[in-house]
Write a protein that binds this ligand. Sequence first.
Ligand code: CO
Length: 215
Amino acid sequence: MITSYNQLFDNNKKWVEQTTQANPDFFNDLANGQSPKFLWIGCSDSRVPANEITGTKPGDIFVHRNIANMVIHTDMSMLSVLDYSVNVLGVKHIIVCGHYGCGGVLTAMGHKQVGLIDNWLRHIKDVYRLHQDELNAIDDPHKRADRLVELNVQEQVRDLAKTTIVQNAWQNGQALQVHGIVYDIKNGILQDLGVTIDDTTYVEDVYRFETTQLA
Ligand code: CO
């Protein structure tokens, strides 16, 4: 584990040398622009780095991370990333990635005050309430937490589909899939949760917007 600040710059120098050696055009190419096919919405947890666990490189994935990989519809940062990636970069896939052992989810299941973050984590308590019958029926607290991690991802996928940004993209015929996946920090395995959507089938009527006619 790296603990020294200066070591970051030593490592960077080595990385630039190795990368340039392997591909002399690497940085020139990236400097000309980006056209990632993926938007990644993941947890800020230091153990879940989008590029590293997917074997991808700079330029491949547009990334937004926050505590517990949440899609909060008043979060200007998330909405700006979503709008830019869908409407300017034209990503084909949005991936919500949760992870087992997520501190945010575990805290949301408890009753302790942590501070400001209690308000952020309340959105996860809302997910728990939506699925409380299923969750309360799971006796093992670890299994219950794992299931909440999965259900939280599923709800964030559906929350993306409630945004005008995603609905307009679909209505305008843009090929855009929204996926939910989960990462296991114990073994490094990524798993698709089978909750992919590419239309408003799972969006309850009250959240559906009329088509906005392009002038
Ligand atoms: Co987490």
